[in-house]
Each structure stands twice: as C-alpha cells, then as structure tokens.
Design a protein around this ligand. Structure first.
Ligand code: HC1
Ligand code: SF4
Length: 587
C-alpha cells in the first residue's frame, strides 16, 4: 500500500503514478499548461506544474509534477509562496514572449494561457532581460481552412502530439531549438499548404491552449450575405452540429439543439434553413447503389474489392496524399455537404422558382476540412463559384450568434424551412457518429436486397462505440455475407490501408472518419478547456437518440428523397445523378 502526503493530507496512490495524477485524483488543483492528460502528453516544457517535495531521505526539492513519479513517504506541497512565485515568474516569461494582443485572438475569453494568468494574478508588465521572439515567429494562412499564428504559440507541443497520435500524420513538427524553437509544417520554411501530410482535420486546433492554431474565421461572410438583398441565403446544418453547439451556450453535451439552430438562423435573417441529414439520405441512395453493384460484380467475378466511404474530407485528403493507390476504392458518391450544395443550385431553384445565381449556400459543419472540400475543383460548377459557397465550423457559428447577441439556449424550437429538402431519416442523423454512415448504408442495402428487418439492428451493436477499428458481418441476399469495418481517428486506418495495399484485405466495405468518434469529435467543434474527448460519449448518445426517436429510420424511406428521384433525378445512378452527385478524386 503506497502512501504519501499532499498538502498535509495523506493519500494512497498506485505504483508509477505521477504527482500530478495523484493530486488530481484527490481533487488538488495544480496549474498546468503543456500537459494534456487525454493524450498522455506531458513534455514538461512549460514548467508551470511545479511542486515542493520533501522526500523520506535527502533534501527537499522543486519538481514538475506532470512527469515526476510519486514515491512512498513523500510530502508534497503545491501552494507554497516559493511555488507560487516560481509559477508566476515562469508565466511572465511565457507571456513576455507571446503576442499580447488578446482582443484580436480566436481564443480570447477561452484561452488557457489567459486563464492561468488570471489564476496566478499577473498584473504589472514583466521585467524581462531577453529579447522576445514572438513577433518573428511565422504567421501561416496559406491553407483554406486553418491559420497558424506563431506569435501566440507557447510551444506546448500538444498539436504535434495530436497530429501524430490522433491523425497519425505527423504533419506538424518542432523546428529549431531553445527560444528559436517553433512549430513548422515539415522542413523549415515549408508553407502549410505545401504539406504533403496535413489532411486539414483540425484536431490540432482542438488541443491548442491558445489562439496559435485556429480555423479561418469567415463568420462575417455569412452576415454580409444575409444583409445583401440581392442574395438568397440557404443554410444546411450537419448532423453532428446539433449535438455540439449547445455546449457553447451552457447546455450539456449531446443536447439536440436542431430546432434552436433553425430559430437562431431565422433570427439572423437567413432565407432557407435545411438539414444536411436530407442529403445524407441522398448520399446513401447513391452510395448504396454504387457499392452494391460493385460488390455483386466482384462476387460474380470471384474477386474481392474493398470499397471505402468518401464523405469525410480528412480521409479523402489522406488517400490522395498518403495512399493514392486506394483512390479507385473510394466511393465516387459525393458527401452530403457536396450533394446538398449541388442540389441547392439546381433542384431548389427549380422547385421554388428562385434565381440560382442569387443563391449562396452555407454549410454549418463540425469540420475544418469541409472548408477545403467545398473548394475542390470538381465541386465548382462555374468558374469561381463553389456549389457550397461557404463552410462555417460549429465554433465559428457560435461566434456569429454571440456577435448578434443571440443566446441559443433561450431560442424556441423551430422546424426546418423547406420540407422538400429537409425531411430526414434516423439513418441521416447517424452520419454524425462513428459507424453511422455504415449503419445507414447497410439499412438501405439490406432493404433493397430484400431483407425486411424493421428493427434496424443487424449486427450493429458491433459498429457503435469507441474502438478504433470495429468489424461485423452482414448478410445481403443475392450478394452473400459481406464483411464491414468502421474506422475512426485517422491514426487507426493504417492497418486497413496496408492490408488493402498488400492484397490481404478481409473487408468488403469500410467507413473511415478522420476524427475520434466521427464528426461529433470534429476539429471544428467548440473548444472547452483541455478535454475535447470528454464530451464525445454524450454527443454520440445524442445522435443515437435522434435516430431511435425518428419516425423514419432508413434513407430509402424518406419521402422527400423519393420525391427528389421522382421529380428530378430519375433513379439512383442516373445520368443526372452522376453529373450532380458523384465526383472524381486525384490519384
Ligand atoms: Fe459530417 Fe457528413 S457526417 S461528414 O462528419 O457525411 O462535417 O456531422 O455533415 O457531408 O451528413 C461533417 C457531420 C457531415 C457530410 C453528413
Ligand atoms: Fe471532418 Fe467529420 Fe472527417 Fe472529422 S470525421 S475530418 S469532422 S468529416
């Protein structure tokens, strides 16, 4: 039985536990900055988590609690005058070499450095005897989706760790040493947009303690378009956003705020508010048809092809950059965002008698990579005009609402605007959760191959949950038993990709979402203080509840999707459907 004393109180601890871990478990707060428990990240670079230790034998010493293993009999003090002064001095040094223009920062008001400064009582300017280098650190806005502001970077290395552990890409690097050390995107001087590894998933922005890494803020573009009487604004809201956005307004994670989002958008003055779940149902009609045809052809020819979903742009970027051999295995069906974009410029104006040229389509997404997806050359109809004109992340949208003085929590629940592009199924909602695209696809694939299973639960407990790779077998009459896999968190995809490359794949159909938990864990979600993962289980439950309570559970049963095919597209895979709802990828 291991025992030590923290702040005068005896505590039991486990072999190998750090001082910080034991203190946290006992409810003792220790100031930290670079450490990030969810990733097991404790580089010890910020020197904030200092404690005074009196060991059983030998002299007392000061240690960083995040990487010091607690020993039996130690007496640990966390709040002595010496510790408080050392922490304050350390924070002053960090602040002195940090851009102090907080008012212009994306993290203003929710910054971990700012919060530490408040707690430690920083007031007067620091007396420093070194030349700050913050202003010399690079500002890189070369990517469409993301911005790096080196002058706000505290070199905690959390982003480097997230890129390595969550995205598995190691696109972010630490270049240089000492006070010249800075985050880079590969070799010194390489611009972010030139990176051959970054997939724009934005997981780095979720862990950055300051405003050094953030999405490119485009909230004002939406407000400008709303104000312009010549513009018709059409907004689509992604499946995951409705279970994320409430958090920014004090509601518990997983609260379904879809009706309040619609009310808020109407209050802003948006013309049409519609649901990406509707176009997710359309994606299933196309992708289900496409993949079924491929699987049938493969079975008849006695070969096995492994087909991948393609609605996650982080994953598509990964294939193009790191596994181009797999490009033909990606479903050609566009993502729900892109399908909505295309139909909002064709089907919608036809139905509503609108001028297509006046329409600006805005997607509210949990995702930074969707900003780059919208700009793909294959998703641009006419020169310079994107099908989806603007993508705002969940946190940009929260900022837009705050700018307009709207408290989402107080809004009434309002239904979507235009029923014929908004009715949706539970399957469409599932897209926001890991395993959901697969579950939605298999519901429809089973139904069209003749299985009458209204429980919608064929083998699917297996693809829910947080395992990095999940597998199941599904019976499809006329095709046989197919083996499916669901991968989330791009770092987990390498096993599957390598197996397919070696010709040893045992899977027929694979869903890949770059972010942990799927889109509910997207890189565009709100940034709480150091626990982006903590909200995931509740957000997933929120999505599954929406599905469980939906009157329509499968995409092919959505009457507005049927109407789309009857009135406009003909049938899944038709010539027009191909033109508007499919695309090619680079290899
Ligand atoms: Fe997603 Fe999708 S589920 S990719 O995560 O296929 O972003 O939510 O909108 O397009 O529907 C994101 C979410 C989203 C698309 C859908
Ligand atoms: Fe974007 Fe969702 Fe893919 Fe993450 S999992 S990169 S949020 S589409």
């Amino acid at each position: 039985d291991l025992r030590a004393v923290i702040n005068g109180r005896e505590v039991a601890f486990r072999e190998g536990e750090t001082v910080l871990e034991a203190a946290r478990r006992e409810g003792v707060f220790i100031e930290t900055l670079c450490e990030f428990a969810e990733m097991g990240h404790r580089p010890g670079t910020c020197r904030m988590c200092l404690v005074e230790v009196t060991p059983v034998e030998g002299d007392a010493f000061v240690a960083t609690s995040c990487d010091t293993v607690l020993r039996a009999g130690w007496r640990v003090e966390t709040k002595t005058a010496k510790i408080r002064r050392m922490q304050k001095l350390q924070l002053e040094l960090l602040m002195a070499d940090h851009c102090q223009d907080c008012a212009r920062c994306s993290r203003h008001g929710a910054c971990e450095l700012q919060s530490a400064g408040m707690r430690l009582g920083l007031r007067a300017p620091a007396r420093i005897h070194f030349r700050p280098k913050a202003a010399e650190r690079r500002y890189d806005d070369s990517r469409r989706a993301l911005v790096f502001d080196g002058s706000r970077c505290v070199r905690c290395l959390r982003c480097v760790e997230a890129c390595r552990k969550v995205a598995g890409q190691s696109a972010l690097t630490l270049n240089g040493v000492g006070t010249s050390a800075a985050i880079g995107f590969g070799p010194v001087g390489m611009k972010w947009a030139e990176s051959s590894r970054c997939v724009a998933c934005g997981q780095c922005t979720l862990v950055c303690p300051t405003g050094a890494l953030s999405e490119k803020d485009q909230g004002d573009v939406l407000l400008d378009w709303i104000e312009d009487p010549a513009v018709t604004t059409v907004v689509q809201t992604a499946p995951a956003v409705r279970v994320q956005l409430g958090e920014a307004f004090g509601l518990p994670p997983g609260t379904n705020v879809e009706g309040r989002i619609t009310a808020a958008l109407k209050a802003l003055g948006v013309d049409f508010v519609m649901d990406t779940r509707w176009s997710a149902d359309v994606t299933i009609m196309e992708e289900g048809t496409e993949v079924l045809a491929k699987l049938k052809a493969d079975r008849e020819a006695g070969r096995r092809g492994t087909y991948f979903t393609s609605c996650c742009p982080g994953w598509v970027n990964y294939v193009e950059l790191s596994a181009p051999e797999l490009t033909p295995n990606l479903s050609s069906t566009r993502s729900p965002q892109a399908i909505f974009g295309a139909l909002s410029k064709t089907y919608l104006p036809q139905k509503k008698g609108l001028d297509a040229k006046a329409i600006r389509t805005i997607a509210i997404m949990p995702c930074t990579a969707k900003k780059e997806e919208a700009a793909r050359p294959t998703l641009v109809r006419e020169a310079g005009v994107q099908d989806t004109d603007l993508v705002l992340t969940t946190r940009e949208f929260a900022a837009v609402l705050r700018r307009a003085g709207i408290d989402l929590a107080q809004m009434p629940e309002v239904p979507y605007d235009s029923p014929f592009m908004s009715a949706s199924s539970g399957a469409g909602a599932l897209f926001g959760a890991t395993g959901g695209v697969m579950e939605a696809a298999v519901r429809t694939m089973r139904a069209v191959t003749g299985v009458d299973d209204k429980t919608w639960r064929p083998a699917f407990e297996a693809v829910r949950g947080m395992d990095g790779i999940k597998e199941a077998e599904v019976e499809l009459p006329g095709v046989g038993v197919i083996r499916i896999a669901v991968v989330h968190g791009l770092a987990n995809v390498k096993t599957v990709v390598e197996a397919v490359k070696r010709g040893e794949s045992r899977w027929d159909f694979v869903e890949v979402m770059a972010c942990p938990g799927g889109c509910v864990g997207g890189g565009g979600a709100g940034r709480g203080q150091r626990t982006p993962r903590a909200a995931l289980p509740s957000r997933l439950q929120g999505i599954w509840k929406i599905d469980a309570e939906a009157p329509i559970r499968a995409s092919h049963e959505n009457p507005d999707v049927r109407r789309l095919y009857e009135d406009f597209l003909g049938e899944p895979g038709s010539h027009l459907a191909h033109d508007l709802l499919h695309c090619e990828y680079r290899d």
